[in-house]
Write a protein that binds this ligand. Structure first.
Ligand SMILES: [Zn+2]
Length: 100
């Protein structure tokens, strides 16, 4: 009596597992999950290729990018090009507005 109960339980579990796998496949097919995954992987590899291309281009034109960043950091006056203190609203040399 006990052994048949355990056997029934195991069979039921096996059936449930098979049903789970079958329905899982059905759901994956219906919602195109596998297709979506492969599409996403293609997009990611394409983006990584673009990233590498931009990194190579950035290394070539790194001097230009570095210069613009430096200008933003030091905060020069737009009128007389003299250095301005970070929080200043007006240039202390010519009185022009910092524009910030
Ligand atoms: Zn100035």
């Amino acid at each position: 009596m006990m052994t048949t109960g355990i056997g029934m339980l195991l069979v039921a579990l096996l059936i449930l597992m098979v049903m789970f796998l079958v329905f899982r496949e059905g759901v994956c097919w219906y919602w195109k999950i596998n297709e979506g995954l492969s599409e996403l992987q293609q997009i990611r590899s394409a983006l990584e290729g673009i990233d590498r291309k931009f990194a190579a281009a950035g290394a070539a034109s790194g001097a230009v990018m570095g210069r613009t960043e430096e200008k933003k950091r030091t905060n020069e006056c737009s009128k007389c090009n003299k250095p301005m203190s970070p929080g200043a609203r007006f240039c202390e040399y010519c009185g022009a507005s910092s524009g910030a």
